[in-house]
Design a protein around this ligand. Structure first.
Ligand SMILES: [Ca+2]
Ligand SMILES: [Ca+2]
Ligand SMILES: [Ca+2]
Ligand SMILES: [Ca+2]
Length: 355
């Protein structure tokens, strides 16, 4: 029985203080995506690296995925009105020739949402099955999420799965995750069990069906043949906003061109992408100092103050002896009203932290 609920939204700091354990990160790391085989043969002449054309491979993969979705159904009835669904409740069954989909079940093709994206100059389609959207917070594509998951090939062999909740920085994973996970929200609540484990209630639950181009493509990964379409089932528990360079600007805001890729935004052209660059415009005043800083004190349990549209929380204290919590925020400022915020504007050098 869950006896005690904590509001997840009020536990952000607590989560960030918990020991974040990064299990199996390497297994899903993007470094593997580009790790194409490059074998030498006997005469020391390297074989040409024969990487498939992305567009051609996508056609093959999409045919395979659609073929799968059109011949498999799931137990949709078990998710209707289910207050606390789990990814383990999902049962996918192959539809045999001449068979019709049973009552309380739905053909996957009729249930998934078809999504499109452009990645590596290629048009991609992928599919998301929303089993439970979740009531909590929506992760950004650049955040760290805590979840359980299982990875399958289309033949339903499992190549990877988590036993306990794991934390992943979505920027370090295959592309499909950064696209599909933010379609869901975090759990309603969690309870700390006495034995150090945590139980989550009403998480976001779903499955994604990814072409190899949004997965490992030509890369080598344990249990995954090259050019494999992938199925991931998952339940999303918590999320934490990342600020990779610690400059006060959340990483998702440092995606200046809004393409959900952080590596291609480099305002000052110094070959360090904005999300890793603590002085984004290179004007000598650190980004952190080019932001307006505010502090709020609230009583423990009180609702958060309403932040401005360009205001972001950067820290939150534990309650002090009087039960007060201090929240620190930064606000992006465009002091000369030219449409470019000061920290990205080389021509504005106001240090808001200078005495
Ligand atoms: Ca970008
Ligand atoms: Ca830069
Ligand atoms: Ca930056
Ligand atoms: Ca500036």
């Amino acid at each position: 029985m869950i006896q005690k609920y904590y509001k997840i939204v009020s536990c952000t700091q607590k989560i960030s203080n918990m020991k974040f354990r990064y299990y199996l990160l390497a297994l899903l790391g993007v470094s593997l995506m580009f790790n194409a085989c490059n074998k030498s043969d006997d005469d020391d002449t390297p074989d040409p690296v024969d990487v498939a054309d992305r567009g051609e491979q996508q056609i093959i993969d999409n045919d395979s995925i659609v073929g799968y979705l059109e011949t498999h159904y799931y137990n949709s009835g078990d998710f209707v009105g289910n207050p606390n669904p789990s990814m383990n409740d999902l049962v996918i069954t192959e539809l045999m020739d001449g068979e019709t989909v049973p009552a309380d079940h739905t053909l996957l093709m009729d249930a998934v949402e078809t999504k499109t994206t452009v990645f590596s100059e290629t048009d991609y389609q992928y599919y998301v099955l929303n089993l439970n959207e979740g009531p909590g917070d929506t992760p950004n594509f650049s955040d760290t999420v805590r979840l359980n998951y299982s990875g399958n090939l289309l033949d339903e062999s499992v190549f990877d799965n988590s036993v306990n909740p794991v934390d992943f920085d979505l920027t370090s994973l295959i592309r499909g995750w950064a696209l599909a996970i933010p379609e869901f929200k975090t759990a309603e609540s969690f309870v700390e069990n006495g034995d150090g484990t945590v139980s989550y209630y009403n998480p976001g639950v779903g499955a994604m069906f990814l072409p190899s181009g949004l997965g490992y493509f030509s890369g080598v990964s344990p249990g995954i043949p090259i050019y494999s379409p992938l199925i991931f089932k998952f339940e999303l528990y918590q999320t934490r906003v990342n600020d990779h360079d610690g400059d006060g600007v959340p990483s998702y805001i440092e995606d200046v061109d809004g393409d959900l890729i952080l590596g291609n935004d480099d305002t000052n052209d110094n070959t360090v992408a904005d999300y890793n660059d603590p002085d984004d415009d290179g004007d000598g005043v650190p980004t952190f100092n080019e932001l307006e800083h505010k502090e709020y004190e609230i009583n423990n349990g009180d609702p958060d103050p309403t932040f401005g549209t360009k205001e972001f929380e950067i820290s939150r204290s534990e309650p002090d002896g009087d039960g007060k919590i201090t929240i620190k925020t930064v606000t992006l400022v465009d002091s000369d009203n030219n449409g470019v915020d000061d920290y990205l504007d080389e021509g504005v050098k106001i240090d808001y932290l200078e005495e």
